[in-house]
Design a protein around this ligand. Structure first.
Ligand SMILES: NC(=O)c1ccc[n+]([C@@H]2O[C@H](COP(=O)([O-])OP(=O)(O)OC[C@H]3O[C@@H](n4cnc5c(N)ncnc54)[C@H](O)[C@@H]3O)[C@@H](O)[C@H]2O)c1
Length: 344
């Protein structure tokens, strides 16, 4: 049994809570939350853009703390699951690792690469696992793409195009603040930056061009190359202010003998999708059956991978902190390229 303490019971804390309920070998034994109403189990104020609305939950078997040091003093917790705002991740992760806990932190690992380095060092010094909850590789279409690539049936991975664009998230205070949320690069694109590092490794060259807002990138296109000269990747990401299209994501991944394609948008509040397809060189188009309507499933798969890593002692390649750190570095390389080209 992996006993979990969740730090921060907002949107992500709630989604993780629901996912843990599906995993018999993981139990939430504690929460840490500054809001006394949430500490009492009333989570109806939680707001998110997917998943079921917050409910009143039974916390009679859960210790509810109002401060992190109090939760860390509980010897019955194995894993601290950090679902706090991004600017807090590094500090809370390092405190938790120093207290002898394993850590799973929500993305982004940190808003700053030097803090990521300190987090990795704290995990190594304390011999504890530090994982970053990058859920995208566990979303069904992305999981199938990973599997198709890994099986090697269609040959070498040649490159791809990764898309993630939202409308202005006006409900998020501090979205464009580099010290609070970090703008679309660190909040939004970090998902694809992580996936790209997972599939291709660290890019050799990063060329990005786009628009900025204050001191963060707002909308951009990037071109990435790798040690293998055959591999190239394009990225389109950021914010476009037309509120009628609140969300778009997708990819086109090129293998020697197949292209894997998927795109989904929310337009006028309705989902419009081009479902996952494997367009092969000689076997026509394969349309894998995809589960629909379960927003928690990807998070459940992510937490099951964290459980596997902790109980086997074999760290996760997907959730590992070094990869998450590379994703933050890739975000910064793209931002620097955009600002340099703008002469800023
Ligand atoms: N993987 C995904 O798809 C996804 C989606 C949304 C958010 N996130 C990430 O999850 C993290 C949390 O985002 P969110 O949307 O859940 O935020 P949120 O604002 O809904 O929740 C944060 C919670 O932390 C609590 N909190 C703040 N300071 C605290 C403290 N000092 N001690 C204890 N509790 C404290 C707040 O009261 C709130 O309940 C962010 O890093 C965000 O990037 C990931």
């Amino acid at each position: 049994m992996v006993r979990v303490g969740i730090a921060g019971l907002g949107f992500m804390g709630w989604i993780h809570w629901l996912a843990y309920k599906r995993i018999p070998d993981m139990e939430v034994v504690a929460i840490c939350e500054t809001d006394p109403i949430k500490r009492a189990g009333d989570w109806r104020s939680i707001q998110g853009n997917f998943g079921p609305p917050g409910e009143v939950v039974d916390l009679s078997r859960v210790s509810a703390y109002d401060s992190l040091p109090a939760m860390l003093a509980n010897p019955d917790i194995d894993l601290i699951d950090i679902c706090l705002p991004p600017a807090m991740h590094h500090d809370v992760a390092i405190q938790s690792l120093n207290a002898g806990k394993h850590v799973l932190s929500e993305k982004p690992m940190s808003l700053w690469t030097d803090k990521c380095d300190l987090m990795v060092a704290a995990a190594q010094a304390n011999k504890r696992q530090l994982m970053v909850a990058h859920v995208l590789p566990f979303f069904p279409e992305y999981a199938v793409a990973r599997q198709v690539i890994a099986e090697g049936t269609y040959g070498k991975l040649l490159g791809g195009r990764f898309l993630r664009v939202i409308s202005d998230p006006q409900w998020l205070t501090g979205f464009y603040d580099p010290n609070k949320i970090g703008g679309p690069m660190l909040d939004l694109h970090v998902h694809d930056a992580h996936l790209i590092c997972l599939l291709f490794g660290r890019p050799k060259e990063v060329i990005s061009r786009g628009r900025v807002k204050g001191s963060v990138a707002k909308y951009w296109n990037s071109f990435l190359t790798f040690d293998d000269p055959d591999q190239t990747v394009c990225v389109t990401s950021g914010v476009i202010d037309q509120q009628g299209r609140s969300f778009t994501h997708g990819f086109e991944i090129h293998l020697e003998r197949a292209t894997i394609h998927f795109e989904l948008a929310v337009i006028d509040g309705k989902v419009e999708a081009m479902p996952l397809k494997i367009i092969t060189a000689s076997q026509g188009v394969i349309r894998p059956e995809m589960p629909v309507g379960d927003d928690v499933a990807g998070f459940e798969a992510e937490l099951r991978e964290a459980h596997r890593a902790l109980t086997s002692g074999q760290p996760s390649k997907i959730l590992g902190c070094e990869l998450a750190r590379d994703a933050i570095e890739l975000c910064y390389r793209q931002s620097e390229s955009i600002f340099q080209a703008q002469g800023k």
